[in-house]
Design a protein around this ligand. Structure first.
Ligand code: ZN
Length: 383
């Protein structure tokens, strides 16, 4: 038996792990990919249920089916199970429901939750690449989670600390979503189409007057028009900026600076140094403790050859540190960091200092106990 650890890892009620094994998938010109297969079955209670009415049906035939689930140790993982077709008294011959996935879906629920969370926090093309699924699959997942979030009002119960963000819907089309994330549970709480105050109001209407009063912190990405609605609908909630967004601003300014310096170096005929800035890109974005050997070397050469860029990096790191430390010490670090960015004579960072000064009160609220970070902590590049 694969045992109870796997049942815990799976984190899905009514699913029992039967065994696990590794399958090797051939790849062109490379070693085969190792894929983890987790063989599961519904427990006694969930077996042979009709997806429409939940009644137990009589199994007549079955296929063996796989569902993509969350990666394990960097390996793609799939749930594998017999999927019976059953005869339901009311609904006739129908594919049985499974506890780990939506009906007729080929991704597990935890995978879809994770994917939707990622889609809410980064460009979709990048989220799809990191998840190793197609852009279309990601769009389908987000639509399903959105429909679920709209239908299942229980996601709105017990909300305390939330984030409200606008997100463009895919490839530069003029379509936007408002996504409300539950910072405490690390899941999507609500999704609405549109990019205006009435969409945000629709969320507060769905929440209703009682549950609205329970909100303690609302983070938004610095969009004033969202703040206005929050002040109107949940005046007791502290408005804050989630650390993820604030650190991301610093990361973006640092990228701008790096690109400008690289093009200046190329213009001056120093292509080799410009190339170092290119390879140093990831080193600059990552947290120092997550750097690998090559990235550390790249950072060291930036420190030696390019004082401005290295200074920008240190300023960004101080900002990150402020969110780690929090409280009064965090505020002290933030003030010092803003003052440093103001006087450092780097236009990109002077701009950052102005943005941070403008939102300083909101950032203070975050440092005083608002959502400190993406609780699932999947932001790899900026945090
Ligand atoms: Zn039925």
């Amino acid at each position: 038996m694969a045992g109870s650890v796997w049942d815990e890892v799976l984190d899905t009620r009514h699913a029992v792990v039967v065994r696990t094994y590794i399958e090797r998938w051939p790849r062109k010109d490379r070693a085969p990919e190792k894929v983890l297969i987790i063989v599961v079955e519904p427990d006694e209670e969930a077996r042979h249920r009709c997806p429409e009415c939940g009644e137990r049906g009589r199994p007549v035939e079955h296929d063996v089916v796989r569902w993509r689930t969350l990666d394990v140790h960097g390996k793609r993982a799939f749930l594998e199970s017999e999927l019976p077709r059953i005869i339901c008294g009311e609904h006739g011959k129908i594919t049985a429901a499974v506890p780990w996935a939506r009906h007729d879906d080929r991704f597990s629920r935890p995978f879809e939750e994770f994917a939707a969370w990622k889609a809410a926090h980064m460009p979709w093309t990048r989220a799809a690449a990191e998840l190793r699924i197609t852009w279309e699959a990601l769009a389908g997942i987000t639509a399903r989670v959105a429909a679920d979030a709209a239908a299942g009002l229980d996601r709105l119960d017990g909300l305390r600390r939330i984030g409200i963000d606008e997100k463009s819907w895919g490839k530069g089309q003029d379509k936007y979503l408002i996504i409300v994330t539950d910072h405490d549970r690390g899941q999507i709480a609500w999704i609405g189409e549109g990019r205006c105050q009435s969409t945000v109001r629709a969320f507060f209407d769905a929440l209703g007057p009682e549950r609205r009063k329970l909100l303690t912190h609302v983070s938004a990405d610095g969009a004033d028009w969202i703040h206005d609605v929050v002040r109107e609908k949940a005046p007791q909630a502290e408005l804050c900026l989630d650390a993820f967004h604030v650190v991301k601003w610093a990361g973006e300014r640092l990228d701008e600076l790096r690109r400008r310096l690289a093009s200046e170096l190329r213009a001056a005929g120093r292509d080799d140094q410009a190339a170092t800035l290119g390879t140093g890109m990831w080193a600059l974005r990552k947290a120092p403790e997550k750097l690998n050997g090559n990235q550390r070397t790249a950072l060291a050469s930036i420190a030696a050859d390019n004082k401005q860029l290295y200074k920008g990096y240190l300023i960004k790191e101080q900002l990150r540190e402020a969110f780690k430390v929090k409280g009064e010490d965090g505020k002290k670090l933030l003030r010092g960091m803003i003052a440093w960015a103001h006087r450092c004579r780097i236009p990109e960072f002077a701009k950052l200092a102005r943005t941070l000064s403008k939102h300083r009160d909101l950032i203070y609220h975050t440092l005083d106990g608002g959502p400190s970070n993406d609780p699932v902590s999947h932001c790899t590049s900026y945090c």
